[in-house]
Design a protein around this ligand. Structure first.
Ligand SMILES: O=C(O)c1ccccc1N[C@@H]1O[C@H](COP(=O)(O)O)[C@@H](O)[C@H]1O
Length: 217
């Protein structure tokens, strides 16, 4: 059984939103950055008026935004978490906190010095998303990193009392392997898509496998 929180990210249509709202996700993410998954605040606002989120929390994902881009999203949408997925500086994070009382997560790419990067950001954010490092791309790559490093991230973020989500290439075929390492959170975008749309079938398979032994525990 897994206790991991789930974030389904990269919702880019009303249909995607309806599908993930009916899932077991805890968080729903929208990409406000250059990506095939990019969405706009007013568009998302219209979708949200038509869908019951069933208590799921909303995450706004940015890549090196200006403060006014962040403010535009916050003024239109009831965002619970901001995820900074670029190389944002602590100054921007601090300015964001003036108008935002929700949680802030910093996404970092897995490499030799990611634990030092966690240290650098730890006083400014509430949690971390660890994603794969792929040249020329910030996220949404569909590529996993070497999960033998995940226990180090779990132990370190627990010791500093920060949230942790593992991202990058998670799908219905490898979810059991990742869930068995017990990360506190799992973040998925490409792995629940079919032809650039969120897939009910992939989500059902992934959740069946992730929570396979729930009834036995
Ligand atoms: O999903 C995107 O298009 C994206 C673009 C720019 C920055 C972050 C993006 N998504 C984040 O990437 C991981 C999930 O990636 P994957 O597709 O499951 O491998 C997750 O943190 C998303 O928030």
């Amino acid at each position: 059984m897994s206790n991991a929180l789930i974030k389904y990210c990269g919702v880019r249509s009303l249909e995607d939103l309806q599908i993930v709202s009916a899932s077991r996700a805890d968080f729903i993410g929208f990409i406000f950055a250059e990506s095939k998954r990019k969405v706009y605040p007013l568009q998302v606002k219209q979708w949200l008026e038509k869908v019951d989120l069933k208590g799921k929390r909303l995450v706004a994902v940015f890549v090196n935004p200006t403060l006014s881009e962040v403010e535009e999203v916050l003024s239109n949408l009831a965002i619970d978490v901001i995820q900074f997925h670029g190389n944002e500086l602590p100054e921007l994070i601090e300015k964001t906190k003036v108008a935002f009382t929700g949680s802030i997560w910093k996404a970092l790419h897995h490499h030799q010095e990611t634990l030092q990067e966690i240290d650098y950001y730890k006083d400014f954010v509430d949690g971390f998303v660890i994603d794969s490092r792929i040249d020329g791309q910030w996220g949404g790559t569909g590529v996993s990193f070497d999960w033998s490093a995940v226990p180090h991230y779990i132990n370190y973020t627990a010791s500093i009392k920060k949230a942790l989500l593992i991202a990058g290439g998670v799908n219905e075929n490898n979810i059991e392997q990742l869930a068995s390492i017990n990360p506190p959170g799992i973040d998925i975008s490409s792995g629940i898509e079919e032809n650039d749309r969120k897939s009910k079938i992939k989500i059902r398979l992934l959740e069946e496998r992730m929570f396979r032994n729930d009834k036995l525990s």
